[in-house]
Design a protein around this ligand. Structure first.
Ligand SMILES: Nc1nc2c(ncn2[C@@H]2O[C@H](COP(=O)(O)OP(=O)(O)OP(=O)(O)O)[C@@H](O)[C@H]2O)c(=O)[nH]1
Ligand SMILES: [Mg+2]
Length: 407
């Protein structure tokens, strides 16, 4: 672990919000092995040179020297000029901003081809405009006004190669998504309902996926931010025996860096094809409401605000108060209330409609075809066929009726 200091520039936010942001930034830093031991708070307007005012820069420098600080992290995005200036003043200290920290966490967590491309794309698109700024500055330092500095031509070459790489990555990503779209369409034809887990990072989405899944092939769930980057799906069996597909994707965070959102857009947009969203909330977080609001904001941005959604308040095993009543309190880790959750999922996905139907033996195969979706409540064998009482989604029952009539 490196030792770090946090520089927080408050703009309009209230004290409570600052406390949360500072705590969260410390946690983010820990995820890239920087232990924040102290923080500076500045409430004035950001300074163009250092972001911090001169007084704070001096205070920071003193602290850095006295306490052997190895890294300084800013809550706001730094311009290249600010980074250079700060590096000059605080030599041998790593300078980070929040966006870079999050990008670095993502870089460390990316495993799949797609994840890696998305992260690299986010990093390069974040870097690219910054390189422009850098070029301008180098030429100003190197060559006087109006002339080309020595730094600039090299930078132009570098910039061009970054541009090419960005183009290439975008192409590759599109290809991956085209393939996935094909798979998704095939799945839609099979009509297995899809439930998508959404929620703040570290809320327990992957733990819930593991707890509910039929598969022994467990996904990674651990106490760190953005443990999951790659979307995964697992089959889950509902109480009636019907199956659904449960999907887990990247967790959300407030003030998600814009470039990262852009790079993960396609992954996030897949949430739109889910039949139901399952919003997993960490009941034990002192900042639960803020986290819920952040998730709801992102869902709104993605145009998913009005999709069917079920809230679950997770980690109830560690909670002593009274959980909110607009969702189900569960513990993914200890299996508390999971049978109830499965029943709720069933009710949501398969609003119960019952119909009585007479099926000739010759058409019984049609019933078998929808057995994973339609439940047989009662059956009575007659000489020519079976009289059944069926329960299922209205659309599945209608389809079955039509098929039995031979349509
Ligand atoms: N006490 C308790 N801990 C839980 C529960 N569910 C999950 N956790 C813990 O919370 C931490 C995060 O769990 P994950 O399942 O990785 O969370 P996630 O939402 O998938 O997080 P990201 O992938 O980072 O977005 C892990 O240390 C889990 O063991 C629970 O019901 N009770
Ligand atoms: Mg996860």
């Amino acid at each position: 672990m490196k030792i770090g200091v946090l520089c927080y520039l408050a703009q309009e936010e209230k004290d409570e919000e600052i406390t949360y942001n500072v705590e969260e930034l410390k946690e983010l830093a820990r995820n890239i092995d920087i232990e924040i031991i102290d923080h500076l708070l500045q409430r004035r307007r950001p300074d163009p040179n250092y972001l911090l005012g001169e007084g704070k820069v001096r205070e920071l420098k003193e602290k850095v020297e006295k306490e052997n600080i190895e890294a300084v992290i800013f809550n706001l995005e730094l311009s290249p000029r600010q980074i250079l200036r700060l590096e000059e003043r605080l030599d041998k200290v790593e300078i980070w901003d929040r966006t870079q920290v999050i990008l670095e966490i993502f870089r460390r967590r990316a495993h799949s081809r797609e994840g890696k491309i998305q992260v690299e794309l986010a990093r390069l698109t974040y870097l690219y405009p910054r390189m422009m700024g850098l070029g301008e500055m180098l030429s100003r330092l190197g060559g006087g006004i109006g002339t080309r500095g020595p730094g600039e031509t090299k930078l132009e070459v570098l910039r061009r190669s970054v541009r090419r790489r960005i183009y290439h990555l975008r192409q590759e990503l599109e290809e991956i998504h085209r393939n996935r779209e094909v798979l998704r369409q095939r799945r839609t034809q099979n009509a297995i309902p899809v439930v998508a887990l959404v929620g703040y990072t570290n809320a327990g989405k992957s733990t819930l996926l593991n707890a509910l899944s039929l598969s022994e092939n467990k996904v990674l769930a651990e106490d760190r931010l953005f443990a999951t980057l790659d979307p995964v799906s697992r089959r889950v069996r509902l109480p009636s025996g019907r199956q659904v597909l449960l999907t887990d994707t990247v967790g959300f965070i407030q003030h998600m860096p814009a470039k990262l959102k852009e790079a993960f857009k396609a992954t996030l947009e897949e949430l739109a094809s889910a039949d139901l969203l399952l919003h997993v909330i960490d009941l034990t977080s002192p900042y639960m409401e803020r986290q819920v609001a952040a998730v709801e904001d992102i869902l709104k941005e993605l145009g998913l605000a009005h999709r069917p959604l079920l809230k679950v308040y997770n980690k109830v095993d560690k909670f002593t108060g009274i959980p909110p009543v607009d969702g189900l309190a569960i513990s993914a880790l200890h299996g508390i209330n999971l049978p109830i959750l499965l029943r709720r999922l069933e009710e949501e996905l398969f609003p119960v409609k019952e119909i009585a139907l007479w099926i000739p033996f010759t058409r019984l195969g049609e019933l078998a075809r929808v057995r994973d979706r339609v439940e047989v409540v009662k059956e009575k064998y007659l000489p020519q066929g079976v009289e059944v009482l069926l329960r299922g989604r209205p659309q599945d029952l209608k389809l079955l009726e039509a098929r039995i009539r031979g349509e």
